[in-house]
Design a protein around this ligand. Structure first.
Ligand code: ADP
Ligand code: MG
Length: 728
C-alpha cells in the first residue's frame, strides 16, 4: 500500500489550482455556486434540489446516480431494419389496449429524435398499469414489417424515467434518485453542461506517482464517468476513485480531530509509581487478568502524558471493565485530581457506585453518588464540596454532570456508554476542562466501525472474561416448547436461583428504516403493555408460587431502586422488565434469562442482555422465546445459540443489517458517506486510513502548497468543525 507522502501528492495539485485561477478570469462555474444559476434551473427547481440536499454545483457533482444503464447496442429509430433484434430508447407517446381481438394486444408508440416506432405486446393487458405516456423506456426485441411499417414485437423493456415530455436526446448514463419536483432525466440534463466544465471544477488531490501506484484514475475522469460512464469498466474505476477519496477525507477528518485533541489541549499528567500501583491493586480481591493488565498499562501510559487520553475500553458485559476503570480513577486521585464517572441511566450509575463502594471499603478516597433524587440543601452542600475539591470521585448520569456540577480539578472522566454512544457528550465536557477521558463500551464494535465512527479514539480491548465464569447455554424456544422451558425454570427457581424475563423494545426493523431510534418512544406503550401482561400471566399463572415483580423505565426512581434492591437480596425470584435492565447489573445468582420476542432484538442487544447472566460460577441459561417463519430471523436466532463471542456477533449483525442499525455516522459528527460503504469497501478504507493518518503526521495543518486541494475539500466537507479555519 502506498503512502500519501508529500512526495506523492504534489505538483499536479498545484498546477490544477493555478490553472483554475489563471485560466479564466471569471469562472463560469464554481463548486460553491448555487445550482439555481445553472441552465434549466429556476427558483422552483432550486427548491426541489434543496430538498434532495443539493444546493451548490459541488453538491450536484456529488449527487451520484443510483443506477446506470448501458445499452451498447442502442440505435436510433430511423436506423431500424426488419428482422434484426435491436435496442431502442424513446418516449412513450401513446398507449392502447385492444382487448376485443382474438389475440388481445397492448401497444405503445415510442418516439426518439429521429422518428416513431410502434411496439406491440400480445396478451399484454398486464402492461396497462406499467407503461404509460410520458415515460422513457428502453425496448429490446425483434423488428418486423407489418402493413409496410416497422414495428417491434414483444420486446423486453425497461422503464428509464417515469415522467417526461420530450424524447431523450441522449441515452445511457445515470439514473438519479428523483423526487416529485425533479425527474431523473431533468437532473441528467442539468448535470450535463457541468460535466463539460469539469476541468475548472475538479482539482486533483494526489500526485501522479501515487495515483499510479494506488491504481486510481484521475479525479476529473472519476466525476465524468460516474455521471456518464462510457462502459462498465470505466464506471467501476470511477466508483473506486470516488470511494477512496470519500474515505480518505473522512479519515483525514478523524486524524485531524485526533491530532487537534492531542496537541491543542492539555491534561494533568498522572504519575504512576510502584507504590501507587501496588496500593491500587490491593483494592482488588483478585488478580487482574492478562487482558485487564494490558488495558491498565495502556491507560497508565496515556495518563502519564499532558496530552489528554482519549481511549475507548471495549469488552463484553462482565469482562471486567469496571476494575480497569477504577484503576484509572484511583490513579487520577493519587495524582490529586478528581474523577467523574458517568453512566447513561440512574440504575447504572447506582450500580457503578455500589461496585465502587465494594472495592473502596475503608478507603480514604471520598466518593459520592449524585442522582436526580438528590435535591435541596444536601445537593447544594455536595456540589460545594465537589467545587472545593473535597470529593475525589463523583458518580452520576451524563445529563447531571453537564448541568451544574463544577469541579476543582477534574483529572479523569470515565464514561460508561454501554449502548448509547455519545461523542457529543464528550465534546461538551471538553469545553469545561480537558481531563483524560476513558469511554467504556460493552457493545463489541466491529473493526470497520472502530475505524470510522470511533476512528479518532485509541482502543483497548478486553477479549477474554475472567476465569471461573459459568457458561451460558442459549436455546431458541418456540411455542411448542414453552411449557418445557417453564418447567425447567421452575426447577431452577426452586433451587433458589433467580430469573429475568425481558420484553422487547420494538426495534428498528419495525420502525422507519431511516430513523431507527426515534421510533422507540412512540412504541413504548405497547412494550410496557407487553411487559405488564407478561408479568400478570407469570405472577398469577405460570409462576404463581414464586415472587414475580415488574420493573420498567417509567417507574419513579425510588420504586425502581427498591425493586432492584429486593432482587439483589434474593427477595424477588423473577424480575419481569422492559429493557431497562439492559444496563450493567451484576447479580451472580441470576442464572436464567428469558427474552420474549427475541426475533425483534438486534443481535448485539441480545448478546448484551444475555451478559446479565453467567456472572457466577453456576451454569446459566438463556431462552430466546420467538415464533417466526422468517428465514433471516431464524438464522439470527441460530447465530445466538451457536455463538458466545460478542465481536463475531456484532460483525454478523453489521453485515446483516448495515451500519445504520448500529450507529449512525451523523450522530458522531461525521458526514454521511455518499458512495463508499465501510463493509464492502473495507480494503479501500484501510488504505485511506493509513494514508490519511500519515499525511496528518507529516503536514498536520495541511499548509503545504501541494496539500491545498485536499485542505479545501476537507473544509468543504467538515466546515470549520475541525478548527482548520482558525489555524490557517
Ligand atoms: P463489566 O463492567 O465489564 O461488565 P465488571 O467489571 O462489572 O464487568 O466485572 C464483572 C464481574 O467480574 C465482577 O463481579 C467482578 O468482580 C469480576 N471480576 C472482574 N475482574 C476479575 C478478575 N480479574 N478475576 C476475577 N473476577 C473478576
Ligand atoms: Mg459493568
Amino acid at each position: 500500500m502506498q503512502s500519501v507522502s508529500g512526495k506523492h501528492i504534489g505538483k499536479s495539485g498545484r498546477s490544477m489550482s493555478f490553472q483554475s485561477i489563471a485560466g479564466k478570469a471569471q469562472n463560469k462555474f464554481s463548486l460553491s455556486m448555487s445550482v439555481q444559476y445553472l441552465k434549466g434551473v429556476g427558483p422552483a427547481k432550486a427548491r426541489a434540489f434543496a430538498q434532495l440536499g443539493v444546493e451548490t454545483v459541488g453538491d450536484l457533482l456529488e449527487y451520484f446516480p443510483r443506477d446506470w444503464v448501458f445499452a451498447p447496442g442502442a440505435i436510433k429509430i430511423n436506423q431500424m431494419q426488419p428482422n434484426h433484434t435491436v435496442t431502442i430508447v424513446g418516449l412513450v407517446e401513446s398507449v392502447d389496449y385492444q382487448s376485443f381481438r382474438r389475440q388481445p394486444i397492448f401497444e405503445a408508440v415510442l418516439a426518439d429524435d429521429t422518428g416513431l416506432c410502434r411496439i406491440v405486446w400480445f396478451h399484454g393487458g398486464y402492461l396497462r398499469n406499467q407503461i404509460k405516456p410520458g415515460q422513457v423506456i428502453m425496448a429490446s426485441g425483434k423488428v418486423v414489417l407489418y402493413k409496410h411499417q416497422l414495428q417491434m414485437n414483444n420486446p423486453e423493456f425497461l422503464i428509464l424515467d417515469e415522467k417526461s415530455s420530450e424524447p431523450d436526446e441522449y441515452f445511457g448514463g445515470g439514473i438519479y434518485p428523483a423526487s416529485a419536483g425533479l425527474s431523473s432525466r431533468q437532473i441528467k440534463r442539468i448535470v450535463r453542461p457541468v460535466l463539460d466544465n469539469l476541468a475548472e471544477l475538479v482539482s486533483e488531490f494526489y500526485d501522479r506517482d501515487f495515483i499510479k501506484k494506488a491504481n486510481l484514475i484521475s479525479r476529473k475522469d472519476a466525476f465524468s464517468w460516474i455521471h456518464l460512464p462510457p462502459d462498465k469498466e470505466k464506471l467501476a474505476q470511477a466508483k473506486r476513485r470516488l470511494k477512496y477519496d470519500e474515505l480518505f477525507l473522512m479519515q483525514l477528518g478523524l486524524a485531524f480531530r485526533r491530532y487537534r485533541c492531542k496537541h491543542f489541549s492539555s491534561a494533568t499528567p498522572c504519575r504512576c509509581s510502584e507504590k501507587i500501583d501496588s496500593r491500587i491493586r490491593k483494592r482488588f480481591p483478585f488478580l487482574p487478568t492478562e487482558d485487564q493488565n494490558d488495558c491498565i498499562n495502556e491507560i497508565v501510559a496515556d495518563m502519564k502524558k499532558t496530552e489528554p487520553m482519549n481511549r475507548l475500553l471495549q469488552g463484553d458485559v462482565g469482562s471486567g471493565k469496571t476494575v480497569v476503570a477504577l484503576y484509572a480513577a484511583l490513579l487520577a486521585v493519587a495524582n490529586r485530581t478528581q474523577v467523574a464517572i458517568m453512566a447513561p441511566t440512574e440504575i447504572l450509575a447506582d450500580q457503578h457506585f455500589i461496585s465502587i463502594e465494594r472495592y473502596l471499603k475503608n478507603s480514604r478516597v471520598k466518593r459520592v453518588l449524585i442522582t436526580g433524587g438528590l435535591t435541596g440543601k444536601k445537593r447544594k452542600e455536595l456540589l460545594r464540596q465537589i467545587k472545593n475539591g473535597e470529593i475525589d470521585i463523583v458518580v452520576g448520569t451524563v445529563a447531571l454532570l453537564q448541568k451544574d456540577v463544577e469541579f476543582h480539578k477534574l483529572g479523569l472522566v470515565v464514561i460508561d456508554e454501554q449502548h448509547k454512544f455519545g461523542v457529543h457528550q464528550r465534546a461538551e465536557l471538553r469545553k469545561q476542562t480537558t481531563p483524560h477521558c476513558l469511554v467504556m463500551t460493552a457493545t463489541p464494535i466491529p473493526r470497520t466501525l472502530a475505524m470510522t465512527a470511533f476512528g479518532d479514539l485509541d482502543v483497548s480491548i478486553i477479549k477474554h472474561s475472567p476465569p471461573d465464569r459459568g457458561t451460558i447455554i442459549t436455546r431458541w424456544v418456540d411455542r411448542q416448547n414453552r411449557r418445557k422451558a417453564y418447567q425447567f425454570i421452575r426447577e431452577c427457581l426452586k433451587a433458589k436461583k433467580q430469573a429475568y424475563f425481558v420484553y422487547p423494545r420494538i426495534t428498528a426493523l419495525e420502525g422507519h428504516p431511516k430513523y431507527p431510534l426515534s421510533h422507540l418512544g412512540t412504541q413504548q406503550d405497547s412494550v410496557l403493555k407487553a411487559a405488564t401482561e407478561g408479568w400478570k400471566n407469570l405472577s398469577t399463572e405460570v409462576f404463581s408460587e414464586f415472587t414475580v415483580e415488574l420493573l420498567h423505565g417509567r417507574m419513579p426512581s425510588p420504586k425502581k431502586r427498591q425493586i432492584m434492591d429486593r432482587f439483589r437480596k434474593g427477595k424477588i425470584d423473577v424480575l419481569v422488565s422492559t429493557v431497562v435492565i439492559e444496563v450493567g447489573l451484576d447479580m451472580p445468582n441470576a442464572t436464567i434469562m428469558v427474552i420474549e420476542g427475541a426475533d425483534r432484538f438486534g443481535l448485539a442487544q441480545l448478546h448484551q442482555l444475555r451478559g446479565r447472566i453467567g456472572r457466577g460460577e453456576a451454569k446459566s441459561y438463556c431462552f430466546l422465546f420467538a415464533e417466526t417463519e422468517n428465514e433471516v430471523a431464524k438464522n439470527r436466532l441460530e447465530v445466538m445459540t451457536r455463538n458466545n463471542d460478542g465481536f463475531e456477533i456484532a460483525e454478523y449483525d453489521l453485515r446483516l443489517r448495515g451500519p445504520g442499525e448500529l450507529f449512525s455516522t451523523r450522530q458522531h459528527g461525521l458526514p454521511d458517506l455518499k458512495i463508499a460503504n465501510i463493509i464492502d469497501d473495507y480494503e479501500l478504507l484501510v488504505m485511506a486510513r493509513k494514508n490519511a493518518f500519515e499525511l496528518v503526521l507529516q503536514d498536520p495543518m495541511l499548509i503545504k502548497d501541494e496539500h491545498r486541494n485536499i485542505r479545501q475539500a476537507l473544509l468543504a466537507k467538515f466546515g470549520d468543525s475541525l478548527g482548520l479555519v482558525d489555524v490557517a
